[in-house]
Design a protein around this ligand. Structure first.
Ligand SMILES: C[S@@+](CC[C@H](N)C(=O)[O-])C[C@H]1O[C@@H](n2cnc3c(N)ncnc32)[C@H](O)[C@@H]1O
Ligand code: SF4
Ligand code: SF4
Length: 436
């Protein structure tokens, strides 16, 4: 038998990203050999041309070939590449679709780029293209649709597109909408009422002044007012993000942000702590500010808090000097309980085994702090498989002990939280905090 292995990645096999003038197979961004890579382009779309499923197939095959020869500029060094025995079937449809078909935006965030706010209209009729894909059966196994851009809610066909995609997919599908929430969208509110969408909004400031610096316009209060209205519909579907930058990570700013969230009744939303993906490293000062931030959120009884994959990817074992500095800071701020290892936890359950968990398991010594560790995931394909020395177990087995539970996913944090509550798991078992 031959030992030959192919290199591939799940994104290339079953994801599609619709940009204004090209189709991409992913929106991964990573550094390799000093260069930012990813965003693998499948094909450029010229004005007035509609891409065809055959072109997508050919483009995927082409990237796949260049990955085998290690000649792909975008994919070389990508941590999502894996080995497999057979060639993938690139015709088996999509499980992930991202719609970023225009780049019009009413903000100008300092960390963003004209790639997202440059004002490009799509070169092709996106609704027709989506209809072709659904006719060809591309959406039969679709699990999630992610909407970005630009600001997705500014597109007049936003509602129509959501409805079109939705009418050709399974009822379990969900739409994840990245919106800046500057303008209240009635369509979005209606979809929220139907339980069809989840919202992610980055706020990135605790004051109007900093909001203007980081996000380019004075819309601080509008964003909070709109989020309050969305969260009155269903706060379990709302994630509030904070991208820590040099402009917004002062203690004063973070304190004021948390205070404003409480004022606008956002305490039941999930809070995602993030960083600029263009930075190649995470500085010790940023880790200190993350601990301060978690401390403030916890003091205000906010329970759903997590650091996302941009942070997890940059996790590393701190050296003794850095550890000492961090501990000193945490003691000075009297926020010892932000460190999960300071919460007197002997055994721990980790729920959601994806990229974040893998980074923590392989790149840090975090798990060495516990006498016993159990891993769980809802994906049946993962159950029974091994990560390092741990076997991933079924969600129901979480009832086999009374230990604390740490949810380690970004995209599905809210859903896992909700599912576990529905499984009658006691809310006091959930823990969040700093992992170092
Ligand atoms: C490009 S925006 C488009 C959707 C919408 N305008 C919004 O801001 O939510 C999608 C997401 O990308 C994030 N983003 C943009 N540039 C980033 C960067 N340099 N680092 C980390 N996240 C970034 C934004 O915070 C936002 O959550
Ligand atoms: S290997 Fe990485 S960069 Fe290439 S398509 Fe897959 S996720 Fe994107
Ligand atoms: S709101 Fe979104 S698209 Fe607009 S500039 Fe900010 S991150 Fe970019």
């Amino acid at each position: 038998m031959s030992n030959f292995k192919y290199k591939s990645c799940k994104q290339l096999e079953s994801s599609l990203f619709l940009a204004p003038d090209e189709l991409r197979s992913c929106c991964q961004r990573f550094f390799y050999n000093g260069k930012m890579r990813g965003d693998a382009s499948l094909l450029k779309v010229k004005k007035g041309q509609s891409p065809t499923p055959k072109q997508i197939l050919d483009a995927r095959e082409k990237i796949f070939e260049s990955i085998q020869n290690e000649k792909s500029d975008s994919c070389t060094g990508c941590h999502l590449l894996y080995e497999r025995d057979s060639k993938p079937n690139f015709e088996s449809g999509l499980d992930h679709l991202s719609v970023e078909q225009h780049t019009f935006c009413n903000l100008r965030c300092s960390y963003c780029s004209p790639m997202f706010y440059g004002g490009k209209k799509p070169n092709y009729n996106v609704l027709d293209f989506v209809k072709t894909l659904s006719k060809e059966g591309y959406f039969k196994n679709l699990k999630q649709v992610v909407w970005g851009g630009g600001e997705p809610t500014l597109d007049k066909s936003f509602e129509l597109l959501v409805k079109e995609i939705n009418s050709h997919t399974s009822p379990e599908i969900y739409h994840r909408i990245f919106t800046n929430s500057v303008r209240y969208s009635q369509s979005l509110a209606n979809f929220l009422k139907k339980g069809l969408v989840k919202i992610v909004t980055s706020i990135d400031a605790g004051t109007e002044e900093t909001f203007k610096k980081v996000r380019g316009r004075s819309k601080f209060h509008e964003v909070f007012q709109n989020l309050e209205k969305y969260s009155q519909i269903n706060s379990n579907k709302i994630t509030i993000k904070y991208i820590l930058t040099d402009e917004n990570k002062s203690e004063k700013e973070l304190k004021s942000f948390v205070k404003t969230c409480i004022k606008f009744n956002l305490e039941n939303c999930a809070f995602q702590i993030s960083m600029d993906y263009k930075s190649s490293e995470i500085e010790l000062d940023t880790i200190k500010k993350i601990s301060y931030f978690i401390g403030e959120l916890k003091k205000n009884h906010i329970k759903k808090i997590f650091c996302d994959d941009h942070i997890a990817r940059r996790f590393k074992t701190l050296n003794q000097n850095q550890k000492d500095q961090l501990e000193k800071y945490i003691e000075l701020k009297r926020i010892k309980s932000v460190m999960i290892t300071n919460q007197s936890i002997k055994s721990i359950n980790i729920f959601g085994i994806g990229e974040i968990a893998e980074n923590i398991i392989y790149k840090t010594k975090f798990l060495d702090n516990f006498d016993n560790v159990d891993l769980y995931d809802s994906d049946i394909k993962k159950i029974g498989t091994k990560i390092d020395k741990y076997i991933i177990q079924k969600p129901e087995y979480i009832h086999n002990n009374e230990d604390k539970i740490l949810i380690l996913t970004a995209e599905t944090y809210n859903d896992i939280y909700e599912n576990l509550i529905n499984m009658k798991v006691n809310e006091n078992r959930f823990v969040s905090g700093l992992i170092v």
